[in-house]
Design a protein around this ligand. Sequence first.
Ligand code: PDD
Length: 277
Amino acid sequence: MIIYLNGEFVPETQARVSVFDRGFLFGDGVYEVIPVFGGRPLRLAEHLERLTRSLAEVRIDNPHDRSGWESLFTTLLEKNPGGDRSLYVQVTRGVARRDHAFPTGVRPTVFAMVNPIVPQNPAVLEQGVAAVVVDDHRWSRCDIKAITLLPNVLARQEALDAGATEAILIRQGLATEGAASNLFVVGDGVIVTPPKDRSLLPGITRDLVVELAQEAGLPLMESTIPEQSLRVAEEIWLTSSTREILPVTRLDGRPVGAGVPGPVWRRVHGLYQDYKA
Ligand code: PDD
């Protein structure tokens, strides 16, 4: 694998970052994950906008303008050919002696790599996946795509330990999102997803799903989702750049709706597949 690191494209074995990097010491950085289907990054402008916003929110200077990022990604993709892939980009505050305060005169560490997107197992789409409900132990700025992901890691592992695929996070009685995905629920035929606020990541897939559903005239509401609504939902979906739209058919060991991927999911999944083709 060829890695982009601080202006150079190098084999992964030669990509080295200092132990004083603030990403390593403090989790002081942000990241993006951009899916690439058929050689084309999906919703690149939106991903770059979110990266720009994350950087601004944590006060790290954006190391590239839009065309700089685009040419970096184009070269990196050329150097790592393959099928469906995702671009991972990470920017940390840089390398400095350990001190919580911002260092002066350092340049951000910029790292990017390409990973394969494993095609969804057809059985998953036929049967759906299991999820569990877990307390949200994250901070109060979940809208920033920060690399500081320990609570997300613990939540995902809790799900795996329970034989499930993803954790749905509960904050003050409301279901916000998954450990690494956004949440949609269908109740009384209406698609509901929580409004974008500081309690969740403004997912690019989420926004696309909202757009596609609205264009198709499907009833959709951006509204908070009490934990109890999950228990009586007709359908639950989880969305992300790398996992697209996953139907959740078991929640905490009990069937969701009829216990199979629902008709509204099938429709929206189809719209998404057409869009990305
Ligand atoms: N995660 N919410 C959280 C907490 C996430 O980490 C992600 C994505 C999403 C979905 O956002 P998007 O549709 O823009 O991918 C929501 C990425 C894929 C990751 O951390 O690997």
